[in-house]
Design a protein. Structure first.
Length: 282
């Protein structure tokens, strides 16, 4: 004779019987972190690292001559400001970044939109983009110095060469992934290719475009360092280069910190712009 047994709902959910069934099981869950809590945790982690770095230098757990310290970086900033070196160096780097990244953004948006929308253009240009993007572009620095000189023009070419390709690739990918339903609807209203590109493809490609711009911005900052480091020894990159040669690690760390802060500020600004442009999406 079959015995009927009442099963506890919790036991049934767990799928086991016997002594183990009475135990409570923790269900996997993702706890949301508020923006305020995330900022607080980030600040605590940053302060903890700085304190540990300072203590390690003062207690000589690490060699201050090689690694410097937070107070050493502050002292370097004060010294460079007093002797009038830091301000012109920052202006020089800002000028180079503005020109190089501006040209990369303009050219990357135009080329990416064209090759993403026109398949024949993509077939012609894509092999060259793949080759140049995969190639170690720093290897071209001697040729760039010969062709364009070690001055501002050569430095701008280096920044563009490093920053433009992520923008092109992401814009082309976003434009080429247009929703076919939206495309058919636009054609039913007799929209031209230009209309569809401007009102359907580009708005729908905003996430990919934003990702490409963010990558281009970060690589553009890297391009500024590389250009100033190897061509002319100007700006913050040149300051890092000369400080490294003379073991002034406080100045070298200060230069790296300036670029890191610039990257954080630009990234936050791009995120705010992306949130605004997201309303334009189809």
């Amino acid at each position: 004779m079959t015995e009927l047994r009442t099963v506890d709902p919790q036991e049934a959910a767990v799928g086991t019987t016997g002594p183990v069934a009475g135990r409570r099981r923790k269900v996997a869950s993702i706890r949301e972190v508020s923006r305020r809590e995330a900022r607080l945790l980030g600040a605590v982690g940053l302060v903890a690292v700085l304190v540990l770095w300072e203590l390690s230098a003062r207690l000589e757990w690490i060699n201050p001559l090689v690694t410097s310290s937070p107070t050493g970086v502050v002292e370097a900033a004060v010294d460079l400001t007093r002797n009038g070196t830091l301000g012109p160096a920052m202006l020089s780097s800002a000028k180079l970044f503005a020109i190089g990244f501006g040209l990369s953004l303009l050219g990357g948006m135009i080329i990416g939109a064209l090759i993403g929308w026109y398949k024949r253009a993509n077939a012609v240009v894509d092999p060259w983009i793949s080759i140049l993007y995969a190639a170690p572009r720093i290897a071209f620095l001697p040729l760039i110095a010969v062709w364009f000189g070690p001055g501002l023009l050569g430095q701008v070419v280096v920044v563009v060469m490093i920053a433009i390709f992520p923008i092109i690739i992401n814009v082309a990918s976003g434009v080429g992934a247009i929703d076919r339903g939206h495309l058919r609807m636009a054609r039913s209203f007799l929209a031209t290719n230009r209309d569809v590109l401007l009102t359907v493809a580009l708005p729908g490609a905003i996430p990919a475009v934003a990702s490409g711009v963010r990558q281009g911005l970060m690589t553009g900052l890297l391009g500024v360092v590389v250009a100033e480091y190897f061509l002319g020894n100007t700006g913050i990159g040149g300051m890092i280069f000369m400080a490294g040669l003379t073991l002034r690690t406080g100045q070298a760390m200060l230069g790296a910190l300036i670029f890191a802060v610039a990257a954080l500020v630009f990234s936050a600004g791009l995120k705010a712009i992306e949130n605004r442009l997201d309303k334009w999406r189809v």
